[in-house]
Every structure is written in structure tokens, then in C-alpha cells.
Design a protein around this ligand. Structure first.
Ligand code: PXL
Length: 280
């Protein structure tokens, strides 16, 4: 017993039975960042490396009860949202977070990863729920982290260039979050992977290496969870995002093949080599 209690973080997200994305990726990342991870599960997906076969959402009152259970006892230093599945869940999560002080007006920073579809294009959000993300959740976000597909869904804007990436950041900022991170990973003709951070006044470009790999399942979840971990450790937003960017870069570099489809990004580089753990 060391008596050391690590910082705590909460993910409000869906389960990926294949273990590559969703709460499984979030918990793995929290662990690799030395953070005690907690979960409010919103939906259970049936999926593997090939795709999502379907999902079943958790009853809304069970989703919000999970948030209240952990905030009321353990305390949450930072939180994130991932797959929220329905407008009803989004509304309830937004209202509960407001109530318990999670989000921009409260004590606890909230990272919103506006998950709409899997990388195979399988829907993880009912179509009518987009408006709930815009109207209910984004005004409460400390940070929103859309990829370019999610930017198009949320703003109607197509992004093909650095200039359009800035325009999109401005449009997203107008929806109410404190910070916006427009991820450039899907800008395929770019040599680098440039994400753009914006707080309503200043643009910060965060450039990282681009790796030729198919195995990027869970990449967005891992980035948002690494940022959330850094916030739980007390870092200010720009530093937390810089940490997240370095974290996802290494995790993409170490992604591994799995199954017949798309393998996951890997935060295992942050752990000691497994041979150090073998019994004497
Ligand atoms: O990576 C986005 C994502 C989030 N949450 C769940 C997912 C996925 C992608 O497949 O399955 C549960």
C-alpha cells in the first residue's frame, strides 16, 4: 500500500466489444496516463475489427445515475464524452453534468468528442441527435474535438485546407465551447497531421507525424482521453492538448494489427516492457 490516490477521470461513452475504441480505449489511456478511470456507459456496441453489427443504448436514468454515483462519492477531476447514441441521452447527460458541476460553468473540465460514426462508417449516433449535440452539449464543453467528418455534420463545412480548417474552428466556436480542436488527421493529402486549437482569439497549429497505417481504430477516443487525463492532472488546456497530441502520435506509431479488419492505436508504449513483469 502506498496510500497514493491518483487523479480521477470519468468517461461518458459506449462499450466496444472488440476492445479497440469506446470506453475500453478510454480506460486503457487513463491507466497509461496514471489516472483512475471511471465510466458512465451510454450504449453497448456489438463489434469487432471488421465493423459494428449494432448497438443497444442504456436506459437514460441508468446513464445519469452512473454520473451521479461517482461524482457524489469519488469526485471527478476531469470528464469526457464519447458515443452518446441518442438525443435523449445527450440531453440527460448535459443536464446532469450541469447539475454536478461538470462543464465550462462548473469546476470540472469536460472534453466532448462528438462521436457520430465508426471509422467503417457505421452510425453510432441517431441522425436526430446531432442537433442535441449542437444545442445542449457544445455550450457546455471545455473542449470539443471533432474530426473533419464530424465538422461537416456539425457545421455543414467541408475542410480541405488550413484556411478552411480555421473557418471551421470559428464556426464551431460560435456553437459555445470554450476551446475547439479541429483534427486534421483526415486531410489525407497533407504530409503532416496538423490539428488546430482555437479559443476564440488565437489559433495554435499542432503538427505531428503522419504514419502509414490502417490501424487507427480508437484514435479519437485515445486523444480525447489523453487530454482529459492531462486536465485531471491539473494542466491548463493548451498544455493538455499538446500532451494529448504527443500521446496519440506515439499511440498511432505503435498501433497493432488485430482481427481481419482495422487494429487499434496503442498506448502500451507508456508501460514498462512486459518481460519486466514476468515472474522471477
Ligand atoms: O472511435 C469512435 C468510437 C467511440 N465509441 C465507440 C465506438 C467507436 C468507434 O467504433 O465503437 C463505442
Amino acid at each position: 500500500m502506498t496510500g497514493y490516490t491518483p487523479p480521477t477521470a470519468l468517461t461518458i461513452a459506449g462499450s466496444d466489444s472488440g476492445g479497440g475504441a469506446g470506453i475500453q480505449a478510454d480506460l486503457r489511456t487513463f491507466f497509461a496516463c496514471g489516472v483512475h478511470g471511471m465510466t458512465a456507459i451510454t450504449a453497448v456496441t456489438v463489434q469487432n475489427s471488421v465493423g459494428v453489427e449494432g448497438f443497444s443504448e442504456i436506459p437514460t436514468d441508468v446513464v445519469t445515475a452512473q454520473i451521479r454515483a461517482v461524482t457524489g462519492d469519488i469526485g471527478v477531476a476531469a470528464a469526457k464524452t464519447g458515443m452518446l447514441a441518442t438525443a435523449e441521452i445527450i440531453q440527460a447527460v448535459a443536464a446532469t453534468c450541469r447539475d454536478v458541476g461538470i462543464g465550462r460553468a462548473g469546476q470540472t473540465p469536460l472534453v466532448v468528442d462528438p462521436v457520430a460514426a465508426s471509422m467503417h462508417g457505421d452510425a453510432l449516433l441517431r441522425a436526430e441527435a446531432l442537433e442535441a449535440i449542437r444545442a445542449e452539449l457544445l455550450p457546455q464543453a471545455s473542449l470539443v474535438t471533432p474530426n473533419l467528418d464530424e465538422v461537416r455534420l456539425l457545421t455543414g463545412q467541408d475542410v480541405h485546407s488550413a484556411m478552411e480548417q480555421r473557418d471551421a474552428a470559428v464556426a464551431l466556436y460560435a456553437l459555445g465551447p470554450e476551446w475547439v480542436l479541429v483534427k486534421g488527421g483526415h486531410m489525407r493529402d497533407d504530409e503532416k497531421c496538423v490539428d488546430l486549437l482555437y479559443d476564440g482569439s488565437e489559433f495554435v497549429e499542432l503538427s505531428g507525424a503522419r504514419y502509414e497505417t490502417n490501424n487507427t481504430h480508437g484514435g479519437g477516443d485515445t486523444l480525447a482521453s489523453a487530454i482529459t487525463s492531462a486536465l485531471a492532472n491539473g494542466l491548463a488546456m493548451p498544455d493538455a492538448v499538446r500532451f494529448g497530441k504527443r500521446f496519440i502520435e506515439r499511440s498511432v506509431a505503435e498501433a497493432y494489427p488485430l482481427g481481419r479488419g482495422v487494429g487499434p492505436v496503442s498506448p502500451f508504449w507508456r508501460l514498462p516492457p512486459t518481460n519486466e513483469l514476468s515472474p522471477p
